[in-house]
Ligand binder design. Structure first.
Ligand SMILES: [Zn+2]
Length: 447
């Protein structure tokens, strides 16, 4: 099913709305929405991406939001996002399903130059300058790294097709050693929505082992996101129960009992219901809730799973440089080893429908930069991490100074605000705490 999407980018908060294109009515409503910003003529839609706010637009969106807000409460966020844009200020609209980091930089620059000066010549000059700097970012990065993207929208089988000749990437054994390759091994867990990228070189034993330990912990960690973004896996959408009587689930409004429950978020038909441990910030209207999982997990397994995903898709010639990494993934976490931080971010404008993994593989011998950096995208969530213990690295990137030096080269990340850097070295099994902050006016934030 094709989705109808509208993105608003501005110097304030970005906003995205998605409508299922499942009826004539939905389509008409979408047209009504976009006609606030774009011209609808007999010839079709005249898309005007960069727009200046004025009273006419304001009246139109207020009328639209008022008309449909009961049915679609999320429209209140559209309103508050547009309310922040002052009259005569420029903003950007788009109906693309997702945007690359390069496009986002481009859009940001475009909004900036429009809001800096009214003089067209000045604007062109300024924009040219910004583009050059932007290209420098990518030129520098591309001079240093090869980039490979693995997108689950197409079918790929990685590694040796013939079972008899397969050697498992993780235990280094094949059929001769009594290993079997009968099961379909998914390069990234099927539960996250990957049906298409399959790894031939993972034996049934390793598949089973990873599925029941490290990947299980990672999926549990992502469960909250799975509920939010309705990711379908082998089983249906999970319902989460937390220790403090909090339940997060995909429920309809009518299913919610009225006693002492607070509705934190109500996107179209998804609710987050929480009964306890709510902090309410009276000034901002933000709500913070602490959810503690009933199940225990090891944080290090989150890092291990991310590395396992990367090593599942990487070219087999590269595996020789990651023998220690594979050993580490296979250990039972007997001892805690300091690991580099993992950067993560929730970015609605970089939303992907199915998981995506990108690998940056260093071309030169500049040891101030990690040999392999990976980016894993799951819905609106992005993880950027170093593959540790590579024989092609001379240092471990744990010290802030050294980590920051590498991070600065990845300007397309560095230029985006709101990254969270977390340490996932902990090998102890513990109940996982998830702090969720519901921002009063805009997108959900978690930290
Ligand atoms: Zn194996």
């Amino acid at each position: 099913m094709q989705k109808l999407i509208l993105y608003i980018f501005s110097n304030h908060k970005d906003f995205a709305i998605e409508i299922d294109n499942n009826s004539k009515e939905a389509e008409l409503r979408y047209i009504e929405l976009i006609s606030i910003f774009w011209n609808i003529t007999a010839k079709g839609i005249e898309l005007v991406p960069i727009i200046q706010m004025n009273d006419e637009i304001r009246t139109k969106y207020n009328t639209f939001v008022k008309k449909y807000t009961k049915e679609v409460p999320r429209l209140n966020r559209l309103k508050s996002s547009l309310d922040q844009i002052k009259n005569d200020e420029f903003f950007f609209t788009s109906n693309k399903s997702s945007h690359t980091p390069k496009e986002i930089l481009f859009i940001g620059n475009l909004i900036d130059v429009h809001n800096t000066t009214n003089d067209d010549k000045e604007r062109a000059k300024l924009f040219q300058k910004k583009l050059e700097t932007q290209d420098d970012f990518f030129d520098n990065l591309l001079a240093k790294y090869n980039i490979k993207v693995f997108d689950t929208s197409s079918k790929i089988s990685i590694g040796e097709p013939n079972r008899k000749n397969r050697i498992c990437r993780f235990c280094k054994m094949g059929e001769k050693d009594g290993k079997k390759f009968k099961k379909k091994a998914h390069a990234f867990s099927e539960a996250l929505g990957n049906k298409t990228i399959v790894l031939n070189e993972e034996c049934d034993d390793c598949n089973e082992k990873f599925g029941s330990n490290i990947e299980k912990d990672f999926i549990q960690y992502l469960d909250v996101y799975r509920v939010f973004f309705k990711v379908k896996g082998k089983n249906s959408i999970p319902k989460l129960k937390f220790n403090n009587n909090a339940v997060v689930s995909n429920v309809e409004k009518k299913d919610i009992p009225e006693n002492n429950l607070e509705i934190l978020d109500d996107t179209e038909n998804l609710m987050v219901v929480v009964s306890q441990n709510i902090e309410h910030n009276k000034e901002t209207g933000d709500l913070t809730v602490l959810l503690e999982s009933n199940n225990k997990l090891k944080e290090v397994n989150i890092y291990k799973t991310l590395c396992k995903y990367a090593l599942s898709v990487i070219d087999s010639n590269e595996l020789q440089h990651f023998e220690k990494t594979i050993d580490w993934i296979n250990t039972n976490n007997e001892q805690e080893i300091n690991l580099p931080k993992i950067a993560h971010l929730i970015a609605n404008h970089m939303y992907v429908d199915t998981p995506m993994l990108s690998l940056y593989i260093r071309k030169d011998n500049d040891y101030t930069h990690p040999y392999v950096v990976a980016e894993f995208k799951f819905k609106s969530l992005i993880f950027v991490y170093i593959l540790p213990f590579s024989s092609k690295d001379m240092q471990n990137f744990i010290e802030n100074e050294k980590y920051n030096l590498f991070w600065k080269t990845f300007k397309h990340y560095d230029s985006v605000k709101d990254w969270v850097f977390n340490n996932f070295s902990d090998t102890k099994e513990k109940k996982y705490q998830f702090r969720m902050r519901m921002v009063n006016n805009n997108t959900n934030k978690t930290e």
